[in-house]
Ligand binder design. Structure first.
Ligand code: UDP
Length: 253
């Protein structure tokens, strides 16, 4: 779809993956992937791309490239830690969200799982930048935790770039999970919409109504830009602004 590939896999298949990097594609991300060359250039770091968005799920269906199901990051993560509850070789580090939120999420998850599956947390500052002392300390902290799975929640685009530029320095992590608002959901800091709202493609409206000042730009100005792109794609007139980005062995969808 547009300049990215979406993998057609089920939630059951996704939770069996123990190594690699998983991206969960939603509208904000696909819009950024049309404009942000640095984001587009690191996209190949992600071994699996799921369709996180009900809107993109419908769009793929209309384009006759439908996938079997929407697989959202926030549905996936609880499935992941439940699946590995009894497997002590799997441990998790939570990186992101406001101070205190990752700790609360860790305590809640460990209580649910019945063991210390979350072995470390960090809430980096919103100014976190590559090469700073804070950044180096974060890498050291993740390595010292020995976590095998790393959830990074720094906002779409930023979290994927952080993973791409740091994974070579992370010694124990096998599974990379850039999962936006998931830490907030796990800590019950942000309420998820009822499933029926998501299923009819209105999660964006729920978020906009709850946090209008924070969200209006994204949902009113940025995300609707995907529509003309998709119309062009439907008529075979879409051109990848960055060209030659084909994944080897993949088919252009
Ligand atoms: N976040 C963060 N540092 C940042 C930007 C965002 O920790 O510099 C956290 C934010 O607190 C939230 C999560 O990342 O917990 C997702 O942010 P947001 O909902 O804005 O992004 P989305 O995932 O919807 O793109």
């Amino acid at each position: 779809m547009l300049n990215v590939y979406v993998d057609d896999l089920s939630m059951d298949e996704l939770v069996e993956i123990r190594e690699g990097a998983i991206a969960t594609l939603h509208v904000d991300m696909i819009v950024k992937l049309q404009k942000d060359r640095a984001f587009y250039d690191i996209w190949d770091n992600f071994d699996v791309v799921t369709c996180d968005s009900q809107f993109l799920y419908f769009a793929l269906k209309l384009l006759r490239r439908g996938v079997q199901q929407r697989v959202s990051g926030s549905d996936y993560f609880p499935r992941f830690y439940t699946r590995y509850a009894g497997d002590p070789s799997v441990t998790v580090f939570l990186c992101g969200a406001a101070p205190g939120i990752a700790d609360k999420a860790a305590a809640d998850i460990n209580a649910k799982v019945g063991r210390e599956i979350v072995v470390g947390t960090a809430s980096p500052s919103f100014e976190l930048a590559d090469g700073t002392a804070e950044d180096d300390a974060l890498v050291d902290q993740i390595n010292a935790s020995g976590a095998t799975a790393l959830l990074v929640a720094l906002g779409a685009g930023r979290q994927e770039k952080w993973i791409a530029s740091h994974r070579h320095r992370l010694t124990s992590v096998k599974l990379y999970l850039p999962l936006g608002g998931t830490i907030d959901y796990e800590a019950d800091a942000v309420r998820r919409p009822p499933a029926f709202i998501t299923n009819i493609g209105l999660e964006w409206f729920w978020r906009l109504a709850r946090e209008p000042r924070r969200r209006w730009r994204r949902y009113v100005i940025d995300e609707p830009k995907v529509i003309p792109y998709l119309v062009r794609d439907a008529f075979g007139r879409y051109r990848n602004p960055f060209a030659s980005g084909a994944r080897p062995g993949g088919s252009t969808v």
